[in-house]
Design a protein around this ligand. Structure first.
Ligand code: ADP
Length: 679
């Protein structure tokens, strides 16, 4: 048997390798079959020779390549052989074996008798074969004229024939047993080869083999699929030039050099299919050696890496996008960090255990602490001033606010507005964002502004007072001048006029005193509804005189509060008198009281509200704040002090006085007076 298998399989998964190297064991079998020194012929059931060993070639003088594929009839000339071998094949077909002597024709033309052992070999299902082992070939006498000595010798030998036959037979049996074992081994190997062939047919990689000159000797089914060239087209061709896509001479040179040096090589190529399309491929190429370690070719495994390349490209693109996104993110992060760190407000994130997680620079600065000491510390320990609001925000889960004073170690005291903002993270854990606003400077500025305002107001007031007093004084001066040259009756009239001017000055001064004499009234529990009823009673005739209809909607459960009764009466009198002035020809006056929640100094407070609404002409928008200025009046004889004094009195109670009016649609004055929480 040669070192290359003629036909690996006859099934559908035929490997198209007509000369495919076999494995080591197969080589051993080949040696054994050769070494037995007896002709060994294997045929299929029709007698077609599938195997012909070296001894058969020597004995019968016919080469293996001549005989494989031919009928066993062709082993010897003549009808006798043909008849007998036909009989042998029939016997083996029916009984499984045939043993006996046959006359065969040797290579030197001599007819010789031979012991023939033929056996059916269940080589594989539907693949039975007949193994014919020829032993003991003897020279046969050519004619009847052989010498008597030969006849005697022959007779002697014939007498010895049973013994010799027995010996040979036992030899043949031994050989048969050995053959069976070898055949079993051969079958296993063949199955293995079939399996490998199947594997090669199944794998997606193309497998191909070349001889040393680059001629394709094997072309797997997957290579057919990958390149579109069939094995029949490729085997025998210099395949590389058919499949090289964009030949990279340097790469090809490197590959040739490696294979030439007997080393494996791997790398990436651009390869071409039969239809001309080019694709990227990865090839691993290894040299093949024969038993004498001579390089007889190379085997290559080629993978189509189009998908991999596409994936690599997609990955690279995604990477680029990711890097860009990362850079953006980093930029946003840095930006945010810079903004947060440079805010004027202090910011801190505090967890549910009141442990500080993150702070910005300003937070640490406001508390005069090194920023690195804050994260991880308990806010109760490091900033007790904010601890209550943190606790309140965590427990209530709502925004909270507190204004606190904080003494720095340096002794400086600052005022902080502390805002606690609840923050629930994705896991549901409650945290607090703490915002510290240093309002020290703002409060100082506000105080200065208020002072300035007061000074400005005093200036305006002084100017206004001077003007207000100057007018009646000039009148008095005029009347006194006229007195000198007037009759008694005229003098009386002038004195009356001067007296009324003096009364006007006195009233004015009283009002001024009201404005600047806040503390001389006694404090008592005030029932707003009772005061309203009293004032409405006092002004009853004036209201009726002007045909003003009064509607009262007074809340029965109105809380009482501590205040100055007279002051509040004066406020209501001013508001009602103004309403009467605003509706000289009649109208409706609605007085409402109610309990309401109002925001005073940024915190919600319960208040008693007294709402006085008329349906007079209302107040122009641009005058709505000015009407509270002292001496602002639109009335010919008004003092302009009623609302200024009223606002002052209400503010002394911690409340507010404001107006709402749509010009042409009446005016509504709202007095809000805070009440104690438990009122
Ligand atoms: P006086 O009543 O002496 O003018 P006030 O301070 O009481 O001083 O009022 C200032 C100005 O506010 C009034 O002159 C008037 O123009 C305006 N005003 C006050 N109340 C009303 C009202 N109910 N309707 C329209 N205007 C009003």
């Amino acid at each position: 048997m040669p070192s290359q298998v003629q036909k690996v399989s006859a099934s559908t998964d035929t490997v198209h390798a007509h000369t495919f190297p076999v494995d080591e064991r197969m080589r051993v079998y080949a040696h054994v079959f050769e070494a037995i020194g007896q002709p060994l012929i294997v045929t299929d059931l029709t007698g077609s020779i599938v195997y012909w060993n070296g001894s058969a070639a020597t004995v019968f003088g016919k080469r293996r390549d001549e005989m494989v594929g031919r009928s066993v009839m062709a082993v010897a000339d003549g009808d006798e052989w043909r008849l007998k071998i036909t009989h042998v094949l029939e016997e083996v077909g029916q009984r499984g074996q045939w043993n006996g002597e046959l006359m065969v024709q040797r290579s030197d033309g001599v007819q010789a008798s031979a012991v023939v052992n033929a056996r059916l070999w269940h080589h594989e299902r539907d693949q039975d074969a007949i193994v014919i082992l020829v032993t003991g070939i003897n020279r046969q006498k050519r004619s009847e004229s052989y010498t008597g000595r030969r006849v005697i010798r022959r007779r002697r030998r014939n007498a010895d024939l049973p013994r010799r036959f027995k010996r040979r037979l036992s030899g043949v049996r031994r050989a048969n047993r050995w053959l069976r074992r070898e055949i079993a081994e051969y079958r296993r190997n063949e199955q293995e080869l079939r399996f490998q062939a199947k594997l090669l047919a199944t794998v997606s990689q193309a497998v191909l083999a070349t001889d040393t000159s680059g001629v394709i000797t094997y072309w797997s089914p997957s290579a057919e699929r990958m390149f579109g060239w069939s094995a029949a087209e490729m085997i025998g061709a210099i395949g590389f030039y058919l499949v090289a896509g964009l030949p990279d001479l340097e790469l090809i040179g490197a590959m040739r050099a490696a294979i030439g040096a007997g080393k494996p090589w791997e790398g990436e190529f651009m390869l071409r299919r039969r239809d001309g399309t080019v694709f990227p491929a990865y090839a691993a190429i290894s040299p093949i050696f024969d038993e004498q370690n001579r390089r007889i070719g190379a085997v290559g495994v080629v993978s189509d890496i189009t998908e991999r390349k596409r994936d690599q490209q997609a990955l690279a693109d995604a990477n680029v996008r990711l890097q860009a996104a990362n850079a953006d993110l980093q930029l946003s992060h840095d930006l945010l960090h810079t903004i947060v760190d440079n805010l004027d407000d202090g910011l801190a994130l505090i967890d549910s255990q009141r442990v500080i997680q993150v702070v910005n620079r300003q937070f640490a600065r406001l508390l005069e602490m090194p920023p690195e000491h804050l994260p991880g510390a308990s806010c109760d320990d490091v900033c007790p001033v904010v601890a209550p609001i943190v606790a309140r925000t965590l427990s209530g889960g709502v925004k909270s606010f507190e204004r606190v004073s904080h003494a720095h170690p340096s002794g400086e005291v600052i005022t902080l507005d502390v805002y606690g903002i609840p923050l629930r993270d994705a896991s549901g854990a409650q945290r607090v964002v703490l915002r510290l606003v240093d309002v020290t400077e703002r409060l100082q500025l506000e105080a200065i502004m208020r002072q300035n305002e007061r000074l400005a107001a005093s200036g305006r007031l002084a100017a206004a007072v001077a003007h207000e007093i100057n007018t009646p004084l000039q009148s008095i001066q005029n009347y006194l001048y006229l007195l000198r040259s007037s009759s008694i009756e005229q003098s009386t009239a002038f004195l009356d006029l001067a007296s009324s001017e003096i009364t006007r000055v006195s009233t004015l001064l009283h009002r001024l005193l009201d404005l600047h004499r806040p503390g001389d009234r006694s404090i008592e529990l005030i029932d707003s509804n009772a005061i309203i009823e009293r004032v409405v009673l006092l002004l009853g005739s004036a209201l009726r005189g002007c045909s003003i209809r009064v509607e009262q909607e007074l809340a029965p459960d109105l809380p009482r509060f501590l205040g100055q009764r007279d002051a509040l009466m004066q406020v209501l009198l001013n508001l009602l008198l103004n309403a009467i002035d605003a509706m000289p020809c009649g109208g409706a006056l609605r007085i409402t009281t109610r309990r309401a929640l109002e925001t005073i100094d940024q915190s919600a407070r319960w208040c008693v509200q007294i709402i006085v609404a008329d349906n007079g002409p209302g107040i122009a928008f641009d005058l709505q704040e000015r009407i509270f200025d002292p001496f602002f009046t639109t009335k010919p004889h008004g003092s302009g002090l009623g609302l200024a004094v009223s606002r002052q009195l209400v503010e002394q109670h911690g409340g507010s006085l404001r107006v709402q009016s749509t010009p042409g649609n009446g005016a509504t004055f709202i007095v809000s007076l805070p009440v104690a929480e438990d009122a």
